[in-house]
Design a protein around this ligand. Sequence first.
Ligand SMILES: Cc1ncc(C[n+]2csc(CCOP(=O)(O)OP(=O)(O)O)c2C)c(N)n1
Ligand SMILES: [Mg+2]
Length: 276
Amino acid sequence: MTERIDRIRQAAHRIRHNAIDMAEAQGQGYIGQALGVADLLAVVYTDQLRYRPGDPDWPGRDRFLLSIGHYAIALYAALAEAGVIPAEELPSYGSDGSRLPMSGMASYTPGMEISGGSLGHGLGVAAGMALGLRHQGNSARVVNLLSDGELDEGSTWEAAMVCAHHGLGNVTAVVDVNALQADGPTAGVLRTEPIADKWRAFGWHALRVDGNDIPALVDAFDELHEHRDSPSVLVCDTRIGRGVPLLETREKAHFMRVDEHEWQIARDQLEEGLSR
Ligand SMILES: Cc1ncc(C[n+]2csc(CCOP(=O)(O)OP(=O)(O)O)c2C)c(N)n1
Ligand SMILES: [Mg+2]
C-alpha cells in the first residue's frame, strides 16, 4: 500500500509542476483549482482509470468527462503525467494554434472526451454515454468531474435523477468542493450543503473525503469501484492552491494573477512541501 501511495504522491507532485508550467506561460489563470485537484487526478489517472495512453479512442477505455472547462489546465497536467499528451506541449497552453485551449475542447485535445465550459452539461452527457455503453455490453466506466459551483445548475440534478432511474452503476461523479465560485464563496452564492445527503436523496451511493488526502481518496475510489448497484459520487473537499502556501492564501482565487517573480517561489514551495 505504501508503495502505491508513494507512486500516486509523486504523480500528484508532477501534475502540480505541469500546472505551474502552464500557468506561468499565461501569467495567470485557474492555477488554484489545478493545485487543488492534483491529488484526486493523480489517483484517477495513475491508479483507477482504465485507458491506453497511445490510443485515446480505444473503445474499452473508461471515459473521464471534464464538464468544468476552466479546469482544463488541471486535466492537461494529468494527461501529460499519464502519457496521453507530450509534456513538451504544456507551455503552449492557451496560445493561438495550441491543442490545449484555456477551456477544454474535445476536438482539440487527445483524451478530452467532451467540450466543457457551459456548466451543468457533463452529467447529462455521462448518463447518455453510460446508457450507450450498457447497450453495447461495454464494461467501461464513465467518470464526471464537477465543481461545487456546478451544483447550482438544475441540469446537474436532472441528470442525477436520470442516472439513478436507469440504475447506472457505471457512472461515478466526483465533485470538487473547494468552497469557491467565480462570484465568491459557495456558501454565499447558493447554499448546496449538505452535499452528500442531497446525492443520497437522489438515489446515489455517496462518500465524502478530504480531496487532498491520497490514502483516503484511494480507499474511497476502491469502495466505489466495487459498487455497481447505483451511480456513485465522491464528494471531495479540496483546498485551492494546495501545496503552494503562497497561492493557498491568495485573494480572488477563482482566476489568479501571479507576478513574474512569484513562479519560482511557487516551485520552491512545492519542493519544500514534498520533502516535508
Ligand atoms: C452555464 C454557465 N453559467 C455560468 C458560467 C460562468 N462561470 C464560469 S466558471 C464559474 C464558477 C463555477 O463554480 P466553480 O467551478 O466551483 O468555481 P471555482 O471553484 O473554479 O472558483 C461560472 C459561474 C458558465 N461557465 N456556465
Ligand atoms: Mg468551486
